[in-house]
Design a binder for this molecule. Structure first.
Ligand SMILES: [Zn+2]
Length: 464
């Protein structure tokens, strides 16, 4: 599918240029004024073209719980999440589609889905999400969420001797499952990649991490985990390893230039040096960190240390939306209150770069992430005549700092158009809305049993 976008605004080093952009066989073939039309002509007048953003961390099936979980910190929030996680494949399918639609309409072309697996139907869960993503056409990085310790092990013990129930599936079985998922679904050239994704040090043994490293090396897979999201996890790492989680992960060889780590809120300066040295990527999820009271990740320090940083929405039960532009806005502005030196503050153009090429770098996808001849055409066209982008000032400044609504005119992934005139072309979104409605109900009276079981210990160990 070849096309030429005519007279479109793109960012230049200083200001903007109006150019034509030719896309041939899914690749950006030329960017210059007044090019010949190859394929379909697209009117780019009064529109801004940017590389597609990457939602570098989410959990699609949390959509079924958005807006519903009370004001809890992560450890209690997770207990509630586990108690009410959707257990049917139809819901997995619908929430993957819903996540993709919201990603497109907020400037994204790729999603990293740290996908919760239905116990006993793990491969089916992965197959379902993969088929939803293929159907709608988003570039998908499916990271099956795995652990090999039971939930209560994720809370520090304090002075108390505690025992935990064994996890229901053996570590070796989990690793076999992931290897099978790689065999069946890892097709980067078709837009679907599988990542190894142990959830984090709080619920994973070294055997699981090491097994994931081996799979990652054998099949050239990226690695994805949560890292030090909460103060409780920092305490837990000290109990578990006698050193920081980052030191431990470096020691076992988990950190690398294809490792992306969600949150990274509670790191020391020495930890930050390790992330820089190992070329690991930090995925900043500001809304989730605010919602769960996790803290403010020291993003400006990461950037000054040369650590690659990109953005994620995190799952819709801790955000509680999947609006990438919103995550980018809050994620850029939040740090102005932690660093008085405004020269370190994140500018709108830097935010765009973090969300596009920063995301691509964290996924080892050098062929994505910028408007450059020879790169893949994962593109988003914004309508600059939309009310929220008027009057005419600085298009990127207003897109990032404003409250853009209904601004995405077109989306392409690998040169294939998936949104045209603001409407998704590959699925029927009205039908999706109806299905999301039919599969849910207004419910404000449920109570989590697991929260009841662990809350007293959590309060004690956290000194509350
Ligand atoms: Zn997460």
């Amino acid at each position: 599918m070849n096309f030429t976008i005519q007279n479109v605004l793109i960012a230049a080093v200083d200001g903007y240029n109006t150019v034509d952009v030719q896309v041939v066989n899914g690749i950006i073939a030329a960017i210059e004024p007044s090019l010949d039309v190859i394929g379909t002509a697209i009117n780019g007048e009064n529109k801004l073209l940017l590389p597609g953003f990457i939602n570098a961390h989410t959990h699609s099936s949390e959509m079924w719980l958005r807006g519903a979980i009370p004001a809890f910190p992560l450890e209690l929030w997770l207990a509630e999440l586990y108690d009410f996680a959707p257990l049917d494949l139809e819901k997995v399918y619908l929430s993957a589609l819903g996540t993709a639609v919201e990603t497109f309409l907020s400037g994204g072309t790729s999603v990293v889905d740290h996908l919760g697996l239905i116990p006993g139907k793990e491969l089916e869960t992965i197959a379902t999400a993969v088929s939803a993503y293929k159907e709608i056409g988003i570039r998908a990085f499916v990271a099956p969420l795995i652990q090999d310790e039971s939930l209560s092990a994720g809370i520090p013990s304090g002075e108390i001797e505690r025992t935990h129930l064994p996890y229901f599936r053996l570590t070796t079985a989990t690793l076999e499952l992931i290897e099978e998922a790689v065999r069946q679904f890892h097709r980067p050239e078709e837009g679907v990649s599988i990542l190894v994704a142990p959830t984090g040090i709080q619920l994973c043994s070294d055997a699981l991490f090491t097994g994931c490293i081996e799979l990652s090396d054998r099949y050239n897979l990226c690695r994805h985990s949560h890292l030090l999201e909460t103060k409780a996890q920092e305490k837990l790492a000290r109990e578990k390893y006698g050193c920081s989680a980052v030191e431990h992960l470096q020691r076992i060889g988990y950190l690398s230039d294809r490792t992306s780590l969600a949150h990274c809120v509670w790191l020391t300066d020495a930890d930050i040096d390790i992330l820089a040295k190992t070329k690991s990527t930090v995925v900043h999820n500001p809304l989730s960190n605010l919602r769960l009271g996790s803290g403010i990740a020291p993003i400006l320090k990461y950037r000054q240390a040369g650590v690659n940083v990109t953005f994620g929405c995190d799952g819709a039960a801790s955000n509680d939306s999947q609006d990438l532009l919103e995550a980018i806005k809050i994620g850029s502005l939040l740090h102005n209150v932690t660093d008085v030196d405004y020269q370190h503050w994140i500018t709108p153009r830097q935010a765009v770069e973090m969300a596009s090429s920063g995301g691509a770098k964290g996924l080892n996808m050098a062929e994505l992430g910028s408007l450059t001849v020879g790169k893949k055409a994962d593109l988003v066209l914004y309508d600059l005549t939309s009310l929220s982008l008027l009057p005419r000032t600085d298009p990127i400044g207003l897109l990032i700092l404003g409250r853009p609504t209904n601004v995405v005119n077109s989306v392409w992934v690998n040169g294939k158009q998936l949104v045209a005139n603001g409407k998704v072309t590959t699925i029927d979104v009205d039908e999706l809305r109806q299905q999301l409605f039919n599969h849910s109900q207004w419910d404000t009276h449920r109570k989590s049993q697991t929260v009841g079981e662990i809350e007293a210990h959590y309060r004690m160990v956290m000194g509350l």
